[in-house]
Design a protein around this ligand. Sequence first.
Ligand code: FES
Length: 138
Amino acid sequence: MADLIRVLFHPMEKEAMVPGKATVLEAIRLAGIPIESICGGKGECNKCKVILVSGDCDAGSPESLKGLTSEEISRNYCRACQTHVHGDCEFIIPVESRIDSPKILLAYTGDACDLAPSVTKHLLLTTTAGHQSGQRSL
Ligand code: FES
């Protein structure tokens, strides 16, 4: 049996053991991490972006960089479905690639409180020469 390669993903700190030349997307799926990949790994959607931290892989190849901006390339981005691992690697899965993007507030179980805003809405009745009286909102 061939040696397996360890691929570690941040910030969820999950890892997968994959055979050589597996794609990063295959490792992500094996690790059980939900990631955007609407083209199914065909290299068409550019949703599976990951950031190489360290390791031996072909990130930087024309296929792994296709469709990325120069800024993303300078920050070590690559496309997971088009990047193959050759040795132990570490990647960051950025927020924009995660399906379960972090939410600020999922649920609130505290007590409701009365709001006292410093700005309020008041309806005024006006009678101005040349204009009919009516309600105006300020
Ligand atoms: S999954 Fe669509 S480009 Fe990688």
